[in-house]
Design a binder for this molecule. Structure first.
Ligand code: ADP
Ligand code: ZN
Length: 760
């Protein structure tokens, strides 16, 4: 064996670890290669690490030995390790954090230290020792040190345990747990029996797009295609054919979709096209199912992988094509832990590996469309719905006018006066929209109603003194959920019962303000009792599988009216839907976010696209208080390009993406003054750095610091600092200094968000 290969760099997949060097025993050395997992001693335990590389030279001092090799083939191949290194650099994260994000949770098999009771009934005169013995006895004579440390936090249990061990009352040993297997319901692989014409003949636009893509697949060359196709233009058909083409050339594909449980139809299609050859990776799977999917994929047993964001890390060999459907969707952005964008990582993976990638959308992200204009991406367009089906007719209703009509005094309702909560005065739905729903129902057609807020009312206010209930942990008003008679925080989950007395002025005159899906559902039951009405939002889909069950009922036509949040806007293709309503369409416009216009246009286009996908034409009604806003104005003509032209000029004028790049630095902590001070200090240090270096002075803007729009979240105060730059390299280099200026940034008090999506 080569002398140099007797030592290896091993990294434990966890955010705060650096690679460590270990000796490789001769017996293991022939079986070991980079990307495999090994079990290594670390402090008093054994933990799982990934072998990064063999060391070039022998280290000094005492070096511990690798104790086991856990894989027979690398769990991360050279290409995934390369992608991991790119991510660590680009997202200013540790490589350990990246590996922890990439690998399925079961990949780590760490030992535990266990305390075992050796003398039953043993006691101690020391209070801490006797409490420890009681706890261990309660747990059938065995408890992990980690559990005990948690239970007795703040107390010095180490010495007490050592004392008990010394007296022979306890034994303390290291224990390596077996991987437990638990069965979880995989999303049904049973194909739904909705008949679908196969062997469709592609139309000219589809055929042209497919031809461009397959040419690249044959060349095994990298190219990013932006497939801009209006809703119902047959993008999915193009994806399927391109994947089939890749398979015929002996290559495999990955397709990312925003939320797999919301689009069971796509999974059906995949299973039909590639029976027995579909790998699935998403968060609704249990750890052990993810683990077995991972190994099926790694061993080359599947031809295609379907999944959400994290499926971009699928260890798929011989990739011929990557697809990102609904590429503009914000769920590709991970908002906790490692803040990466799955779409952007997908493009890098395709580039590093050398294969084409398709980004598909009816309303592309501004960044992607601009990349086409700059010639970096190749634009492929599908401008017509399949089989010349018409696009739905979109009309906007100006609710300012509707509100004036509704504000006329209504007959006082005595029953309502006595209720805790009086009904809202403002019209929820315009008369003409209600008439349209009734008409659609009598024609036996389905209606979809979108409102991007759950609960009954946005908040509850005392009409005497104006008091509004806020979350005690977040700077957010509490939302009223009437069915559960509760006020709930939509950020941290805090709940309290609604009382009918104001805590401030002791009057009982409380009024709900604003509307949510629960109220719309209740109103519809009252207005159209004969209709079969269902609601789909996070409150009705808590249980595993309940989302899919609801969508299946909707597909089968067992629901006449479906009310819901964003969840209902995703790509289901249900032919019976001929009427779509969007209520409070401007809710998302009023957020303090430069992408508010883009998000609103995308969301409303997508919800509108659910209408008229069958043979019958569709109608879309948009209720808005801002009918003149450009995010609303381009909807009736389904005019993405018109919208883009306005939006892109706004971005250029304010120097926002796609023209500038952003890095958000966010501090959070339990004390407002400390958080503020830390943010101000860092800002001052960064400005100092700017004054010393010309390229930073010219190329970087430091904005803030300022309290985040949501100042307090889960009892932690938040301040942020936004860095803006026109060169990505200079910006990342500059943001890298921020990380070094605060060496304890890893503990989460400073979160670095490269290409941020949400800055609330
Ligand atoms: P998109 O993803 O662009 O919204 P889909 O791919 O879901 O659209 O296509 C909409 C419907 O049209 C699907 O039912 C699909 O089977 C059908 N379809 C796709 N291509 C064709 C075609 N060339 N001729 C007829 N029907 C088609
Ligand atoms: Zn809260």
């Amino acid at each position: 064996m080569h002398e140099a290969q007797r030592f290896a760099w091993v990294l434990v997949p966890s955010s705060h670890r650096e690679p460590l060097i270990y000796r490789v025993p001769d017996l293991l050395s022939t079986r070991l290669s980079p990307g495999m997992r090994v079990l290594v001693p670390l402090q008093k335990r054994h933990v799982t690490g990934v072998l990064l590389s063999f060391a070039d030279e022998s280290p000094h001092g005492d070096v511990k030995e690798v104790s086991q090799v856990l894989d027979d083939v690398p769990i991360l191949d050279a290409d995934l390790l390369k992608l991991a290194r790119w991510m660590a650099q680009y997202y200013l994260a540790s490589l350990g954090n990246v590996l922890a994000t990439m690998l399925p949770p079961n990949a780590r098999r760490d030992s535990k230290r266990l305390a075992t009771l050796l003398q039953t009934g043993a006691t101690s005169t020391d209070t801490l020792e006797s409490a420890l013995l009681q706890e261990i006895t309660k747990r059938n004579g065995k408890a992990s040190i980690k559990t005990l440390t948690g239970l007795f936090s703040g107390q010095r249990i180490g010495r007490a345990l050592a004392e008990l061990e010394h007296r022979g009352v306890l034994g303390i040993n290291e224990h390596l747990a077996k991987i437990r297997r638990r069965k979880s319901p995989l999303l049904s692989s049973a194909v739904s029996n909705l008949a679908r014409p196969l062997n469709l003949e592609l139309n000219a636009e589809q055929a042209l797009a497919l031809d461009r893509i397959t040419t690249r697949i044959d060349q095994c060359g990298f190219e990013t295609f932006l497939l801009h196709g209006i809703t119902g233009s047959g993008k999915t058909e193009v994806y399927l054919r391109a994947m089939e083409h890749a398979r015929a050339r002996g290559r495999r594909s990955i397709i990312l979709i925003p939320e797999i449980s919301l689009t069971p139809q796509l999974l059906d299609q995949m299973h039909r096209h590639f029976p027995g050859k579909v790998g699935v990776l998403h968060s609704a799977l249990t750890s052990s199912d993810r683990w077995s999917q991972w190994w099926r994929i790694l061993r080359g047993e599947v031809d295609v992988v379907v999944g959400a964001r994290s499926a971009i890390f699928a260890p798929l060999p011989e990739i011929g094509l990557i697809i990102v459907d609904e590429e503009h969707d914000s769920s590709y952005k991970q908002e906790e832990g490692l803040r990466y964008n799955g779409r952007d990582v997908a493009v890098v993976r395709a580039k590093q590996w050398g294969c084409p990638i398709i980004l598909g959308s009816a309303t592309p992200a501004l960044e992607s469309y601009e990349n086409c204009r700059q010639g970096r991406y190749k634009l492929l367009e599908l401008t017509k719905r399949v089989e010349q089906r018409p696009l739905p007719i979109v009309e906007t209703i100006d609710m300012r006018y509707q509100f004036m009509k509704a504000a006329a005094p209504e007959k006082p309702d005595e029953a309502a006066q006595k209720q805790i909560i009086k009904p809202a005065k403002a019209r929820l739905m315009a008369e003409s929209f209600i008439a349209a729903i009734k008409q659609n129902l009598s024609a036996q057609r389905q209606t979809l109603i979108f409102l991007n807020r759950r609960g009954f009312a946005n908040f509850v206010q005392c009409s005497v003194c104006g008091h509004v209930w806020h979350c005690p942990y977040c700077s957010i008003t509490l939302t009223l959920h009437l069915r559960h008679k509760a006020l709930a925080c939509h950020h941290c989950g805090y709940r309290r019962v609604v009382s009918n007395v104001c805590p401030e002025c002791k009057n009982s005159s409380l009024a709900p303000v604003g509307m949510g899906t629960e109220q719309i559902e209740a109103k519809l039951h009252e207005l159209i009792p004969e209709a079969r009405i269902a609601r789909m939002d996070r409150d009705t889909t808590g249980k595993r599988g309940s989302q899919e069950a609801l969508i299946r009922r909707w597909e089968r036509g067992e629901i006449d009216i479906l009310v819901g949040t964003q969840m209902i806007t995703k790509g289901h293709d249900v032919a019976g839907v001929t009427l779509v309503g969007a209520l409070s369409a401007d809710l998302s416009l009023n957020l303090p976010d430069f992408r508010a216009g883009e998000r609103t246009f995308q969301l409303l286009s997508q919800v509108a696209g659910r209408a008229g996908r069958g043979r019958d034409p569709g109608r879309v009604v948009i209720q808005t208080y801002t009918p003149d806003h450009y995010a609303i104005q381009y909807l009736p003509n389904h005019d993405y390009k018109g919208f883009f032209a306005v939006e892109v000029e706004f971005r250029r004028a304010l120097n926002y993406p796609p023209f500038a790049r952003l890095v958000n630095l966010r501090f959070d902590g339990p004390r407002a003054d400390q958080v503020e001070e830390r943010a101000k200090n860092l800002a001052a240090q960064l400005r100092q750095l700017q004054s010393q270096e010309a390229k930073y002075k010219r190329g970087i803007e430091v904005l803030g610091p300022a309290a985040a729009p949501i100042e307090k979240l889960r009892n932690r105060y938040r301040w942020q600092l936004l860095l803006k730059g026109n060169s990505s390299a200079t910006l990342l280099e500059f943001a890298g200094h921020a990380r070094r200026l605060l060496p304890d940034a890893r503990d989460g008090r400073l979160q670095i968000d490269v290409d941020p999506y949400s800055m609330l």
